[in-house]
Design a protein around this ligand. Structure first.
Ligand SMILES: [Mg+2]
Length: 331
């Protein structure tokens, strides 16, 4: 694994967590609230990671907490064990985290087994296209990147399906994973959008094509960005219209609405593109991720950096082993 690839993997994981923590105090607020409080031209402001709305400065929310649970399950099992991951989500949800998506909470606390909870919830409510599976994508995207496009998008759909019964959520999460994968390899995710759209389930392609189009803007979105389509569209828009990690995440928070999640999704992409060195120290220093239900553990920058490294290394190692096995068979 090259150093730049590792820095991008760390950028995706830490970049998402930073976006989450930066956006959290502005959740459900109006457009432009971040820049009104911290005008870009008079900055940088040391207290941008300000906390508020029940969050301590630098405290990451459910988005990152769930992403860490995904990471630890993948690493412990050397791959996706859906029952184990669902159990970790349930344990976390039962410990009353400060925030949890309504739909995610229903699915995790309803007492149904891992392979029935989300489908039955969707069957009953008809509503499961929130951005809750998109928000936690950074860690699994890094982990599965070495498995190529198909392995990445397949894993993304299966992880999304644990909490979201609507295929729309699976497809958006699969797109996010593949865009991050392209960025980790040094590619430009924005220019990869048409290729990735071609891999979306045909029944869902048009709606994603709309929100990922170059001329789409978050403003005319008729849906609240807590839904999966405008959330992904907003993140790609923020990346497309800026030229640094910092500006992309700022643009995402300034959209208002579901700011922590839109900024977490944006931060994963922008972190993968620009690498961890592009993330300001004034944002990473106070960053911390509490893990309710897991012994009072709190992950800070060193733990997140190590976690990203393990996710990236494990995949690279597995892919290499698979290739070697294939070559051994061929001889
Ligand atoms: Mg959140």
């Amino acid at each position: 694994m090259t150093r730049s690839r590792l820095r991008r993997a760390q950028g995706a994981v830490i970049g998402s967590a930073v976006g989450d923590a930066l956006g959290a105090p502005f959740e459900f607020g109006p457009e432009g609230a971040f820049s009104a409080r911290f005008p870009p031209r008079s900055g940088p402001h040391e207290d941008e990671m300000r906390g508020g709305g029940g969050w301590d400065p630098g405290e990451a929310t459910d988005d990152t907490q769930m992403a860490v649970l995904v990471a630890e399950s993948l690493l412990e099992h050397g791959g996706l064990e859906p029952a184990d991951l669902f159990g970790r989500f349930q344990r976390w949800a039962a410990a009353e985290p400060k925030d949890i998506g309504l739909q995610t909470e229903d699915v995790l606390t309803g007492g149904l087994p891992w392979d029935q909870a989300a489908p039955i919830h969707f069957q009953v409510t008809g509503r499961a296209a929130g951005n809750g599976s998109l928000m936690r994508a950074a860690t699994s995207a890094v982990y599965f990147a070495a498995h190529g496009t198909e392995g990445t998008m397949d894993a993304a759909r299966r992880i999304a399906a644990l909490t979201h019964g609507d295929r729309a959520a699976w497809e958006g999460t699969a797109v996010q994973h593949e865009l991050i994968r392209r960025a980790l390899g040094g590619g430009d995710p924005v220019s990869a959008v048409p290729e990735v759209l071609a891999l979306v389930h045909p029944g869902h392609r048009e709606r994603y094509a709309t929100v990922l189009a170059p001329d789409w803007h978050p403003d005319p979105a008729t849906e609240f960005n807590g839904a999966v389509w405008p959330c992904l569209g907003s993140a790609v828009w923020a990346l497309r219209t800026t030229s640094s990690y910092e500006d992309a995440v700022r643009a995402a928070v300034d959209l208002g609405g579901d700011t922590d999640t839109v900024a977490a999704v944006t931060g994963a992409l922008a972190g993968a593109v620009y690498g961890v060195d592009a993330i300001p120290e004034r944002w990473t220093a106070p960053l911390h991720v509490p893990l309710p239900g897991f012994g009072g553990r709190v992950l800070r920058l060193p733990e997140l950096t190590a976690l990203a490294g393990r996710l990236a290394a494990q995949k690279a190692q597995e892919a290499q082993e698979a290739q070697e096995a294939q070559e051994a068979q061929g001889t």
